[in-house]
Design a protein around this ligand. Sequence first.
Ligand code: HSE
Length: 301
Amino acid sequence: MAGPLFSVVVPATTANLGPGYDSIGLALSLYMTVEVSEAAEWQVRYSGDEYASLPTDERNLIVQTIFKVADQYGKEISPHALCIVSDIPLGKGLGSSATAIAAGIEIADNLLGLSISPNEKVRFGSEFEGHSDNVAAAILGGAVITYYVDNELYYLRLPNPAIGAVLLVPPHALKTTESRRLLPNELSHAEAAAGSAASSLLSAALATGDWKLAGQMMERDRFHESYRKELLPDFDQIREVSRQLGVYGMTISGAGPSIFVAVEQGKEQEVAAELEKRFPFYKALSVATAPRGTYVQRNEG
Ligand code: HSE
């Protein structure tokens, strides 16, 4: 049997950073690697138990995305086997579905020789996922501020943030659809104005690398935190302890149920150990930001 053709590597992401709801995404140093080989039919194999519940045939999200991209370009695509290793927790608010979509776009692009531009990849990804924050960061790496509204897409990729991060990951998963159902249909004008002010200043602080200010704004969301935090045990206490530990800021990671804590570079392990000791319900992972988005590794020889 012929060896793998190539592998695609995609980082995890945290979305929103508080008030940047559906807009801001940050790539993190946890990765999914998909090895692509020729095969008689589509098959997907995951290493380990974390992803054991996912479909391993054509219903798989990566394969579905490959089909959609091929379809967009009016191309036929022959079956392949996808062999996947991932250290990204599944369904925990760390962009696992955006990672799968970004992988599918990259695989289709390479198998079909399409040379899709980064802009088009972000557009496809946003269409497939329904929002742009996770998928833009998964494709481009670093921190990305996006505007994806009524099918109009604009984005700005910022220099990779020089911070460390701690992820508090609970044992249970939460579907994004379920978490979005908790949100109100409408916000008052005053609430929207307050959320927008926090989001604007958060963006400016991220762009200028002022993480002290960015962390303060991360904690001033009006769009989703108060509706979702009940699902995250000890959320308020974790915020209090995080402040005592001198972190930049903490917020829900994406739609939850994980928590994202931004810390000074080099402090992540110490903060992770302390938070895990105080809140043992959560597993604390210390991570870095990922400067590089989705990329292809060619298998030599
Ligand atoms: N912006 C999204 C949300 C991220 O908060 O629902 C989750 O995919």
